[in-house]
Design a protein around this ligand. Structure first.
Ligand code: TYD
Ligand code: MG
Length: 469
């Protein structure tokens, strides 16, 4: 049988097909399948007709052998080190994804400069390889950020073989930044740069170098419209940590979030603010998110949330208005649409709040994104407050999960949430009955809520300006 030497690969998920088709059956993406030279086999770098060599026996080791601790290279940028789990682990590979212009290159040149200068204990050899900008452009940015004196080694290169040869010469580098993996190409495969095959092969070469040399490598990855790291998901499986750098164009702050981390927790975030001097750490994000708050209006509630081990207070805003449409609108920014639908349904069914004739808009202030179900109670409170046109006391912090039965359930880490609220000057709390004792211990007033109906009564019942309906 004649051997096929081209294959059709989905550029979104890496699935391989024998012939072209309009839609990838594996991931459902349309028009993502492209013809690529090379083998159709799963082995990515097995080039053309090369003869496979005979296997070589290698020594196996026990788990208790010479303790392979994970020496880390701390950048000395606390928000970054928090997300990596205390620094870049020797020999590890991190993939950082983010939309164009979000500040990935800025963050990484700052990190490279900090490591090279030794802000976080002892200077290390740091190499920054830019495949997108020229060396002059990177240098210009570094000068503007006041990093020009840092001994970072810089090059604009895209060929993986050349890069590896350069890195292997001289003192082994401790940190290598590849900006971005989509621009890299290796001679091992024929496909064009940016294709799944190339990205995968280039990443593989770099990962092999990291493991062999002990250098920590950071790969920058582009993301597609829907937030996936473009190209193959396989790269995400190959690396030790995947981080996403988020934020939206209308706001100055940026969040670095660990999506996968073999050497640390995945629920940690680092908060930065983009300014004229590059990215600046935000050690107290609650103050930032609560910044310009109009406490006297109805429809806002402060949620005492947690991001990993860090408590974070954010304002939740809701607007409930009579609808002019047959089907009322439900729009949500910064939270899960389905979760909002659930809270609305529980409010209707268990709290007696009629929302069928109302449009509902919900927003998390500052462009922040909440992932916790613990925000249920704060969302419900904001909705009821808007509907009843009654402000929630401005010094009240809220948290609690709502179950479908209308019960308000306790959430983890209540003590940390309460401590943060007290620190920021909140004096009272609206929370699940189970957490009332903890709130008293933190020196805060308490309105314990057992069922959703209690919350409705608490807010709307106390309404001097309640709208009769
Ligand atoms: P960049 O790091 O190039 O983004 P990415 O590598 O993710 O594509 O960031 C570019 C944006 O950041 C650009 O829109 C300008 C802004 N920026 C500042 O606001 N201040 C600064 O000091 C720098 C360096 C960039
Ligand atoms: Mg960039």
């Amino acid at each position: 049988m004649a051997k096929r030497n081209t294959s059709f690969i989905c550029q979104a998920c890496g699935a391989v097909y024998q012939r072209w088709q309009g839609r990838c059956e594996a991931c459902g993406e349309w028009n993502s399948i492209a013809e690529e030279p090379g083998t159709a086999s799963a082995a990515p770098v097995a080039s053309g007709g090369a003869r496979l060599k005979k296997g070589r026996a290698f020594a196996l080791e026990g788990l208790s052998g010479a303790a392979m601790d994970a020496p880390r290279l701390a950048a000395g940028i606390a928000e970054l080190d928090r997300v990596t789990g205390g620094g870049f682990v020797k020999g590890s590979v991190i993939l950082i994804g983010g939309e164009p212009g979000i500040g990935k290159s800025t963050l990484l040149i700052q990190a490279a400069a900090a490591c090279a200068r030794g802000d976080g204990r002892g200077g290390a050899r740091c190499v920054y390889i830019s495949g997108e900008e020229s060396a002059a452009q990177v240098r210009l940015r570094a000068q503007r950020l006041g990093l020009a004196d840092a001994p970072v080694e810089l090059a604009a290169e895209t060929n993986v073989e050349d890069i590896l040869a350069t890195l292997a010469s001289g003192t082994p580098p401790r940190l290598v930044i590849i900006d971005s993996i989509q621009t890299m190409w290796t001679e091992a495969v024929e496909a064009a740069p940016g294709t799944v095959t190339q990205v995968r092969a280039a990443a593989q070469g770099l990962i092999r170098f990291a493991k062999a040399s002990g250098a920590a490598i950071i790969l920058v990855g582009h993301v597609t419209k829907d937030g996936q790291i473009a190209g193959p998901r396989v790269v995400e499986h190959m690396v030790d940590a995947v981080m996403s750098f988020e934020g939206d164009a209308g706001h100055h702050f940026r969040i670095l979030r660990a999506v996968k981390n073999r050497f640390g927790a995945t629920d940690e975030i680092g908060v930065f603010e983009m300014g004229g001097q590059g990215l600046v750490e935000v050690p107290n994000p609650s103050a930032l998110f609560l910044g310009a708050r109009d406490a006297k209006v109805s429809g806002t509630a402060v949620f005492a949330g947690m991001e990993g081990t860090r408590p974070m207070l954010v304002e939740i805003q809701a607007l409930v208005t009579p609808t002019a449409l047959g089907t009322p609108r439900r729009a949500v920014v910064g939270w899960d649409q389905n979760r909002l639908a659930m809270v609305l349904a529980v409010l209707e069914a268990r709290g007696g709040v009629r929302l069928g004739q109302h449009d509902v808009y919900m927003n998390v202030a500052g462009g922040f994104r909440i992932l916790e179900p613990a925000a249920d109670l704060a969302v419900a409170a904001a909705l009821v407050s808007s509907l009843a046109d009654t402000p929630i006391p401005p010094q009240a912090a809220l948290f609690g999960e709502i179950s479908l039965s209308g019960l308000v359930r306790p959430v983890p880490q209540a003590a940390s949430r309460l401590k943060e609220a007290a620190k920021l000057g909140f004096t009272t709390t609206i929370l699940p009955a189970g957490a009332a004792e903890a709130a008293r211990q933190a020196g805060l007033g308490v309105k314990p809520i057992e069922r959703i109906a209690d919350l409705v009564a608490e807010i709307a019942g106390a309404a001097p300006r309640r709208r009769e309906r």
